[in-house]
Design a protein around this ligand. Structure first.
Ligand code: FAD
Ligand code: SF4
Length: 519
């Protein structure tokens, strides 16, 4: 073969222009790699999903006539790392050119850039042709000194791509943002209406044996079958299911949480009206613009989907997803070490088991271990909020998030975790820290009704731990947040409290931090 082309595990885009023509001189390589197994403690379902999706992509490309080398851990375990494997393949197949697609992760970007410097043959790095903003245009929207906010970026992309815009150049529905219409809690009658999630029955027996053979360490629970979409057809089926059954209520219940829909036959609470498309998107099986276009086509055809629902969904993909990627590439590698609030506490061990009496955390963590999935508000306002107000070291928080979710890849995980949720970047991603007391959880969920702790209490023995931890965090970082117009007023509430009440709250928080393993 004259040319060796590398397809990384999260580059499963069958529509890439690489595949427009069959070229007998080109060999594609898709490889399971030991180095990708141990840079984080991955959820077992995440490994299964990537390995199955890679095998299916290899099959699909072979079926269209391309020459594909699909290597499993059995074939690659003898190579030290990815560059070692590539060097071996170049010699073995006598290749005169090596091509790869721009990795989305800084670690792999560096590794492959270094390899190319060392290779004596021609090398080419191609765009992945996945994101709405091509890699070489990120610097047109972001710079290190001033990253800008999501809202400005999102509006620019809406205009540029004429998405949900009128002919006069105005946002459809007369507003850019319908967030305020998207804040409903689920009532018992709403819970009864929740759609049963579409899940798949993918066979994982062979992969499990391979993982055992190579003693791959993982976290989380392996189910009998893999429920995540791992082919193009399954991903499109999930997209259609979402647009038909979930999009009409997507925005409305986007922030809601419940533990009430569990029953033995059907477990609906974990996905609610969320799309669960993040794995199909992040592995690049689905393209973000195609997802947006499909959702808008359903919005145009179905009166039950109003503008607040579709705008809320488009904002997540056109806005947030592209925005955090821009932040990542603009601020790496320094971003990975940021700890603006100097948080040093160790992550409690119950994050790996779910064994805590705090029902909100128990629920979000157990669900994450069971499905490799939690929706955005569970990630941000339950697990993320606890880590923020308890002052957990962002490196440990990052490691947890990077391992536990099927969709976790550093470019999207890190700005969300270290940035949006932990404020460790000092406000690059978000303009405020998402800190909350039990009151917020009680407003958006039914978790507190079934909790060992009392959400209305602050200092009693069974008082909700989040209440005192919240004030401990806010007072500790008063200088940082007091002048922020979005949070400044909470300090006036605090200042109106009698001194002895303030001391009791802070004392309780300090004790909880000492006893953090026992919560
Ligand atoms: P939906 O609620 O149906 O949203 C649709 C799509 O919008 C998602 O599939 C996703 O592609 C995109 N999206 C929504 N919010 C975001 C966001 N904040 N950033 C980027 N894309 C977004 N998302 C990941 O894909 N991988 C991660 O590792 C990840 N880690 C996170 C860590 C924390 C602490 C937080 C707060 C959020 C994280 N997110 C991550 C963002 C978001 O929570 C997930 O994308 C979403 O929950 C995936 O579920 P879904 O597909 O059902 O999303
Ligand atoms: Fe969580 Fe506090 Fe509510 Fe318990 S009472 S579920 S700890 S917010």
């Amino acid at each position: 073969y004259r040319c060796l082309r590398l397809i990384l595990g999260d580059q499963l885009n069958l529509s890439h222009s690489w595949f427009n023509q069959v070229d007998d001189d080109t060999l594609y390589v898709i490889a399971e790699l030991p180095q990708e197994m141990d840079y984080a403690s991955h959820h077992i379902q995440k490994i299964q999903a990537f390995f199955l999706a890679m095998a299916n992509t290899a099959d699909a490309l072979s079926a269209s006539g391309h020459s594909v080398l699909h290597l499993t851990l059995d074939d690659t375990s003898c190579y030290a790392n990815l560059p070692d494997l590539i060097q071996h393949l170049i010699v073995r197949f006598d290749c005169q050119r090596f091509e790869y697609q721009q990795p989305d992760e800084f670690r792999l970007h560096q590794q492959l850039a270094l390899l190319c410097q060392q290779l004596a043959i021609e090398t080419v790095c191609a765009d992945t042709e996945h994101f709405i903003v091509p890699h070489d245009q990120i610097s047109l929207y972001f710079c290190q000194e001033k990253s800008g906010r999501l809202e400005t970026f999102y509006r620019k992309l809406r205009k540029k791509h004429a998405i949900l815009m009128t002919e006069e150049g105005q946002p459809e529905g007369g507003k850019w943002n319908f967030d305020k219409a998207n804040r409903d809690k689920l009532k018992p009658s709403d819970i009864a209406e929740l759609p049963e999630p579409l899940i798949f029955d993918n066979d994982i027996a062979e992969i499990n044996l391979r993982l055992q053979r190579h003693q791959v360490k993982s976290i989380g629970i392996s189910r009998d079958k893999l429920i995540w979409p791992v082919t193009r057809a399954q991903s499109l089926q999930l997209l259609d299911f979402f647009c038909t059954h979930c999009l009409p209520n997507f925005g409305r219940f986007q922030d809601a949480m419940t533990c009430q829909a569990d029953d033995l036959l059907c477990n609906k609470q974990w996905s609610l009206y969320h799309s669960r498309l993040s794995f199909a998107l992040n592995s690049k099986i689905l393209n973000p613009l195609e997802v947006i276009e499909c959702a808008i086509a359903h919005y145009r055809a179905n009166e039950a989907i109003n503008i607040a629902q579709i705008e809320g969904f488009v904002r997540q993909i056109l806005g947030w997803r592209e925005f955090v990627r821009g932040i990542y590439w603009t601020h790496m590698p320094g971003y990975a070490a940021q700890n603006h609030l100097n948080a040093r506490q160790a992550l409690p061990s119950w994050f790996w088991s779910g064994k805590t009496r705090m029902n909100c955390l128990h629920h979000a963590i157990t669900q994450s271990l069971e499905y490799g999935y939690a929706h955005h508000i569970q990630r941000l306002m339950v697990t993320g909020n606890f880590c923020l107000i308890a002052g957990i070291d962002p490196a440990e928080v990052d490691a947890w998030y990077l391992g536990i979710y099927v969709d976790a890849i550093e470019w999207v995980e890190m700005p969300n975790t270290r940035g949006m949720s932990q404020y460790a970047d000092g406000g690059i991603v978000g303009s405020k820290a998402y800190a909350a007391s039990g009151n917020y959880i009680n407003k958006m969920s039914d978790y507190c009704q079934h909790c060992h702790y009392q959400v209305k209490e602050k200092t009693t023995e069974n008082a909700c731990p989040l209440n005192s931890l919240y004030w401990h965090f806010m007072t500790h970082h008063r200088e940082q947040f007091e002048r922020n117009p979005r949070v400044g007023m909470v300090y006036r509430n605090w200042d109106n409290q009698p001194d002895e009440n303030q001391q009791a709250v802070l004392q309780r928080a300090k004790q909880l931090l000492i006893d953090i393993e026992l919560l």
